[in-house]
Write a protein that binds this ligand. Structure first.
Ligand code: FAD
Ligand code: MLT
Ligand code: ZN
Length: 515
């Protein structure tokens, strides 16, 4: 498992790195931002799950848009493949090289450019770590519209490029709603014409409003940094980049709409006897807590066990009776007593109606963090338990947990099957834990899990992206027709997308002849 790279061939039309290349990069970035140190390369070549490993000999740390531009321009001219990298917390093998691509890590571009306290619009460089943005905004009385367990390492550029969902999507929506624009660099190794310029030939597509900028493959900068909430002047190209996982270019700056920080946050950790109760509870929460609901997360008993057994200092806040499911509900509002009263009334009603078997309301901020630690700690606990086969699925909420049960039946005692995730968004994280990777177990899981998801009209990637792991599986969620249309659009725009090294097969691999 994780040996996908051995099943695909390095595209021989890409050049191999030489001394002149390295010297050129040093002349642009300075010696210390051109990394050849073996330990640093090892960690940049290895993903968070320690499942995917590239063999890049070079890590570059550009400090400005101009430097990214120069690097890409050079790579383009030399036909050197590159992989953009943020905090390297991605879970689908997209953030590390497949072969020997040059790694362009955005961590040195970590400045906040501006923050407008009236509109709540933050403009910052792509390498800003999410948690640092959260702290900055906190001091200004605002919050980030997204939050995830990887916040201490992931970067906003990586979040935008993966269209990260996370723990509060149920309240603030996806990044398609809150990112107002960003600056990017086209990383295409072959395409020298800009999407804008080329489309413009046919359709007269103009950057919509003042302040939009982007950078082309040839190094030209196009600024798409919109800071307007509303702007309907033509196509909104930034949406192509949100979730494009580095296949269209390197995001260098982001402008994002941030909500004000509200004074009253309440968190409850609840137990439910069965999945049906969790579902009913979700419906009730949406109906009765609607305007204050800010998170609705769930985990099964097997997930809780993993966390309690593998993470230090984590304990079950409920008395030690076995429950099948746990739900974490958070409300965020502006009236302390009203919000609390509302939540308490909801909990009482749900308890009386049998939807909740037990529960506890956080009494202070420490207890609130300890509840979150349980939910956010599941991925870390899985890593400590051994090998993990990770699936991130969008499914109709009614059917979602059937898959976990079917998988348990399929795998018997050979693996631990756990289910947790963002129930409020219909997003299941199905994870299978074994002492070590085993191809026989993998063959029991795939393609079954993808076929099941497709049969139930779900998505094989709710929020983590395709990466290398699922590049070949896109057809389970997207029709050939829609992929061909996207490809044709891009080809007609004369925009060469992605690097064949990064997207070795399927969806970026269409040619007009195939169409
Ligand atoms: P990386 O992992 O470095 O890269 C991810 C992808 O984006 C790669 O394809 C890379 O090439 C590309 N990329 C990175 N930066 C740029 C850039 N500036 N320009 C262009 N392309 C770029 N994800 C969720 O959606 N929801 C969660 O709740 C969630 N929780 C997580 C919890 C843990 C503990 C961990 C380890 C991961 C979690 N993730 C979650 C997955 C991951 O953290 C997110 O996908 C995150 O957005 C990746 O950001 P990053 O900076 O680490 O990007
Ligand atoms: C989460 O919700 O915890 C993340 O998406 C990570 C994971 O799926 O393990
Ligand atoms: Zn998640």
């Amino acid at each position: 498992y994780g040996s996908l790279a051995t099943k695909i061939q390095r595209n021989p039309s890409f050049s191999a790195l030489n001394f002149d290349d390295v010297n050129y990069f040093k002349s642009i970035l300075g010696e210390k931002n051109v990394i050849q140190d073996a330990d640093k390369l090892l960690s940049a070549n290895t993903d968070w799950l320690r499942k995917y490993k590239g063999s890049s000999q070079l890590l570059l740390l550009p400090r400005s848009t101009e430097e990214v531009s120069q690097v890409l321009k050079y790579c383009n001219s030399r036909c050197l493949a590159v992989v953009p990298q943020g905090g390297n917390t991605g879970l689908v093998g997209g953030s590390v090289p497949v072969f020997d691509e040059v790694i362009i890590n955005m961590g040195s571009m970590n400045n906040i450019t501006s923050f407008d306290k009236v509109s709540g619009i933050l403009v910052c460089e792509a390498g800003c770590i999410l948690e640092n943005l959260v702290s900055f905004l906190d001091s200004e009385g605002f919050i980030m519209p997204l939050d995830l367990g990887a916040k201490g390492s992931c970067q906003i550029g990586g979040n935008v490029s993966t269209n990260a969902g996370g723990l509060r999507l149920v309240r603030y929506g996806s990044l398609h709603g809150s990112v107002l624009g960003f600056e990017w660099k086209n990383q295409s190794h072959l395409g020298f014409q800009s999407l804008f310029a080329a489309v413009g030939e046919n359709l007269v597509l103009l950057p919509a409003a003042p302040g939009i900028e982007a950078v082309l493959a040839n190094g030209d900068v196009l600024d798409m940094l919109g800071t307007l909430r509303k702007d309907n002047t033509g196509y909104d190209l930034k949406h192509l980049f949100i979730g494009s996982e580095g296949s269209l270019g390197i995001v260098t700056k982001v402008s994002i709409l941030t909500p004000p920080k509200l004074s009253s946050v309440n968190i409850a950790f609840l137990a439910c006897k069965d999945y049906f109760s969790c579902r009913k509870l979700l419906l009730e929460a949406k109906r009765r807590l609607g305007e204050v609901l800010s998170a609705f997360e769930f985990l099964d008993n097997e997930s809780l066990d993993l966390v309690l057994n593998h993470l230090e200092g984590v304990r079950n806040p409920l008395p030690p009776t076995m429950h099948n499911f746990y739900v974490l509900i958070e409300t965020t509002g502006s009236d302390e007593s009203y919000d609390k009263e509302k939540l308490e009334a909801f909990l009482l009603r749900s308890m009386e109606g049998g939807l909740i078997s037990d529960g506890v309301l956080a009494q202070d901020i420490n207890q609130a963090s300890s509840f979150w630690r349980i939910r956010e700690g599941v991925p870390e606990a899985l890593m400590k338990a051994g090998a993990v086969y990770k699936y991130d699925l969008s499914l109709p909420v009614e059917k979602m947990y059937n898959l976990v049960e079917e998988m348990r039946t399929r795998l018997g005692n050979s693996a631990k099957v756990i289910g947790y995730g963002h129930l409020g968004d219909g997003n299941l994280h199905l994870n299978i834990s074994t002492p070590q990777y085993d191809d026989m177990i993998l063959a029991q899981i795939e393609p079954f899990v993808y076929e099941w998801t497709s049969k139930h009209r779900g998505s094989i990637s709710a929020e983590h992206g395709l990466g290398l792991m699922k590049a070949n599986e896109i057809f389970y969620s997207k029709s050939h027709r829609s992929l061909i249309s996207a490809r044709v659009f891009l080809m007609q725009s004369k925009a060469e997308i992605g690097s064949a090294l990064r997207w070795p097969t399927s969806w970026s691999g269409f040619t007009l002849e195939q169409v």
